[in-house]
Design a protein around this ligand. Structure first.
Ligand code: DGL
Length: 279
C-alpha cells in the first residue's frame, strides 16, 4: 500500500497546482495525474455531465492501483464528489472541505469570500462547507470565469489581469471580507494580482495547499505513507493535446511535466460501461 501512487484528476492542466502542493507536502509519494484536456472546461458544464466525466476518471485512476484519489478540480469536487465516492473503492477527497476549513481557521471578522467557476459558485458547495464548520459565518461568493484563461495564458502581472481583477474583486473587497478562498485550480497562478486588489489585510486561502496537507496527514495517520524516494514516480495522462499540456503545465507545476500519455476518450467511456454492466 505504502508505495502505491496517489491519483489526482482535473478537467485539464489546472490541477497541477495540486500536484505542485502535493510534491511539497509529501515529497516521497508517487503521483498519477489525469487531465481531461479533451473535455475541458468543466466550469461551464452541468452536474450530469461533470458526474459522468468524474466517474470515468476515478475508475481510470483506480485501475492504476492508486491508494488515494484527489479531485483537484474545484468544479468536479463541488458537483460530483458523492457520486465519485460511490463509484470506486478507494478513498476520495475533494478540494472544497479542505479549502473551507482553511478559511474558517483564518477568518477574524467572520466574513469569508469565495471565488470560482460559474458551476462551482452556482452549486453553493463552498458556502455549505463553510457553514457546516461555522454556521454564523457570512460568505460572499462570486464567479470569476476570465481568470482561468488569464492564468493559462501566463498573464499574471499584466495590466489586463489587473483590470479584470479590479472589476471582479472590488465588490468583495468593499464588502469587507478578510479571507478569500481561491476556489479554482487556476487562481493560485494569479495570487499576486488578486492580493494586490484585495489588499494586505485579506488572507488568501489556496485550496491546493490545504488539500495536500490534509492528504499527507491522512496517509500518515493510516500508515499508508511512502517513506522512500527510491520508488517515487510521476505520470501524467491526458485525453487530448499532450504537447500543449506539457508546455502550459510547466507553468503550473514549476517542473517539466513528463511522461505524458494520451488516452482515447473511447477507452474512458468503455471503462465506465464495463463497471455499470458489472453492477
Ligand atoms: N479545474 C476547474 C476548477 O477548478 C477550472 C477549469 C475548468 O473550468 O475546467 O474549477
Amino acid at each position: 500500500m505504502k508505495e502505491r501512487p496517489i491519483g489526482v484528476f482535473d478537467s485539464g492542466v489546472g490541477g497541477l497546482t495540486v500536484v505542485h502542493a502535493l510534491r511539497e507536502a509529501c515529497p516521497h509519494e508517487s503521483i498519477v495525474y489525469f487531465g481531461d484536456t479533451g473535455r475541458y472546461p468543466y466550469g461551464v458544464r452541468s452536474k450530469r455531465v461533470i458526474v459522468e466525466f468524474s466517474r470515468q476518471l476515478a475508475l481510470f485512476l483506480e485501475r492504476e492501483q492508486c491508494k488515494f484519489l484527489i479531485i483537484a478540480c474545484n468544479t468536479a469536487s463541488a458537483l460530483a464528489i458523492d457520486e465519485t465516492r460511490q463509484t470506486v473503492d478507494v478513498e476520495v477527497i475533494g478540494v472544497i472541505e479542505p479549502g473551507a476549513l482553511g478559511a474558517v481557521q483564518a477568518t477574524r471578522n467572520n466574513h469569508i469570500g469565495v471565488i470560482g467557476t460559474e458551476a462551482t459558485i452556482n452549486s453553493s458547495s463552498y458556502v455549505s462547507a463553510i457553514h457546516a464548520l461555522k454556521p454564523d459565518a457570512q460568505v460572499t461568493a462570486l464567479a470569476c470565469p476570465l481568470f482561468v484563461a488569464l492564468a493559462e495564458e501566463g498573464y499574471s502581472g499584466k495590466e489586463a489581469t489587473r483590470l479584470v481583477a479590479e472589476e471582479y474583486l472590488a465588490p468583495l473587497r468593499d464588502a469587507g471580507v478578510d479571507t478569500l478562498v481561491l476556489g479554482c485550480t487556476h487562481y493560485p497562478l494569479l495570487k499576486s494580482d488578486i492580493a494586490e486588489v484585495m489588499g494586505p489585510n485579506v488572507t488568501l486561502i489556496d485550496s491546493a495547499t490545504e488539500v495536500a496537507r490534509v492528504v499527507g496527514d491522512r496517509l500518515r495517520l493510516r500508515n499508508h505513507h511512502s517513506e522512500t524516494h527510491e520508488t517515487t514516480s510521476y505520470r501524467y495522462f491526458v485525453s487530448d493535446t499532450p504537447e500543449k499540456f506539457a508546455r502550459v503545465g510547466k507553468r503550473f507545476l514549476g517542473h517539466d511535466v513528463a511522461p505524458v500519455t494520451l488516452i482515447d476518450l473511447e477507452d474512458l467511456h468503455h471503462l465506465h460501461d464495463t463497471t455499470i454492466s458489472k453492477q
